[in-house]
Design a protein around this ligand. Structure first.
Ligand code: FMN
Length: 199
């Protein structure tokens, strides 16, 4: 069922691009299918993200609803996330290669996976596709399930689908959050300092 896209208020302190301003993380998605090409377009945007030493430490597992890979990713989500993500048209796991070529730890790998996902988010937004990222996964199970060696860490999962889902399809406790009008953030002066760090 395709319902009207929920638009959230994003009370910005300064003007920002609509692709950033209008993004939010739904838990209910439109029933419009996500195609292989959609996924490859998103991954292509991620591919061109910057990374420390151009090491590109991100590794992605993805699957479309109705496939075995999708079900295997789904089985790695914690129960809470399974509760709402079961209708998502696509699921993805984001992993990092933890070390560099010389075997030393790549301290920037998670940072770079974040940049990859930032590109994916913005590309998705331009296609009216929404992402909902999840830390709530059994990362050890996921690494084993998909055959990652020990020097990799499965960090997150992501549910992917078009905006326009029906909030009524969600467990009742999540419906209120889905339809909440306003997005919230810390004020800039709580996290950015033109000088010394302040608590
Ligand atoms: C790395 C990461 C992990 C997250 N983990 C979860 C999760 O396990 N379950 C969930 O429902 N939402 C999860 N979220 C979604 C956040 O709660 C959401 O992005 C945040 O509340 C801001 O909302 P917005 O994206 O709509 O602006 C996660 C987001 C990120 C970036």
């Amino acid at each position: 069922m395709i319902t009207e896209k929920i638009k959230k208020q994003t009370p910005t302190e300064y003007e920002i691009h609509p692709l950033v301003k209008e993004r939010w993380s739904p838990r209910a998605f439109s029933s419009k299918i996500i195609t292989d090409t959609d996924i490859h377009q998103l991954l292509e945007a991620g591919r061109w993200a910057p990374s420390s030493n151009n090491l590109q430490p991100w590794r992605i597992i993805w699957g479309l609803e109705g496939t075995e890979t999708y079900n295997r990713i789904f089985d790695c989500l914690v129960e809470f996330n399974q509760g709402w993500a079961k209708g998502a048209p696509a699921l993805m796991l984001g992993a990092i290669k933890k070390d560099m070529k010389d075997g030393k730890e790549n301290f920037h790998a998670l940072h770079d996976l974040g940049l990859f996902m930032g590109n994916v988010l913005t590309q998705a937004q331009s296609m009216n596709i929404a992402l909902h990222q999840m830390a709530g996964i059994d990362y050890e199970k996921a690494a084993k399930e998909f055959g990652f060696p020990d020097n990799y860490h499965v960090a997150t999962a992501t549910a992917i689908g078009y905006y326009g889902g029906n909030p009524a399809s969600l467990p009742s406790d999540l419906q209120e959050q889905e339809t909440k009008e306003k997005r919230e953030r810390k004020s800039q002066n709580e996290f950015a300092f033109n000088g010394n760090f302040k608590k």
